[in-house]
Ligand binder design. Structure first.
Ligand code: GDP
Ligand code: MG
Length: 168
């Protein structure tokens, strides 16, 4: 079985864009509207041909869908996203380097801390901004490892890939 890597992050941080960058597919739904990704979305990353892994783009862990008791599609989506993160060999916690930490990010960090999954902090959207300053804003989360990327511009993707396969 291939290792499983889960993308976790609040809506609109760029999970689907990163998913596409790593799987080079258009399977993941990318949209300007926050929270538009509704389903677990699986793909295989073969950018490192000797070290393929399964990538799951979770949507709906945070935000309106936070509560597991929520019925209907929202609740089902939240439960699926959480299950994906629980099964993962590595969680990539994606944040938005332009917006900095938000209350929803704080919630997700707390949620992740209760898990025993290894987490790598990925600060996305660092194109055209002061990357060092953006990274510093997330230092208070206390993750030992953090990487800046721009999923939209494919910056930092090779470094991220090396870090990911090194941990699997
Ligand atoms: P998701 O809700 O976490 O899946 O986020 P999406 O992948 O749908 O992206 C949300 C928005 O952020 C879209 O408008 C993307 O084009 C934009 N976006 C994603 N990655 C980047 C990036 O690296 N840089 C910039 N500037 N915008 C990005
Ligand atoms: Mg998405």
């Amino acid at each position: 079985m291939l290792p499983l890597v889960a993308l976790v992050g609040r809506p609109n941080v760029g999970k689907s864009t990163l998913f596409n960058a790593l799987t080079r597919s258009r399977d993941a739904l990318v949209h300007d509207q926050p929270g538009v990704t509704r389903d677990r979305n699986y793909g295989v990353c073969r950018l490192e041909p000797e070290r393929p892994f399964v990538l799951v783009d979770t949507g709906g862990i945070a935000g309106e869908n936070t509560h597991l008791e929520t019925g209907g599609l929202a609740g089902a989506t939240a439960r699926q996203a959480r299950a994906a993160a629980d099964e993962a060999d590595l969680v990539l916690f994606i944040v938005d380097g332009r917006e900095g930490p938000t209350a929803l990010d704080d919630e997700l960090v707390q949620w992740l801390r209760k898990r025993d999954r290894p987490v790598l902090l990925v600060v996305n959207k660092t194109d055209g901004i002061d990357t060092r300053a953006a990274m510093a804003e997330f230092a208070r989360y206390g993750f030992s490892d953090a990487l800046p990327v721009s999923s939209a511009h494919r910056q930092g993707i090779d470094e991220l890939l090396a870090e990911v396969v090194g941990r699997l």
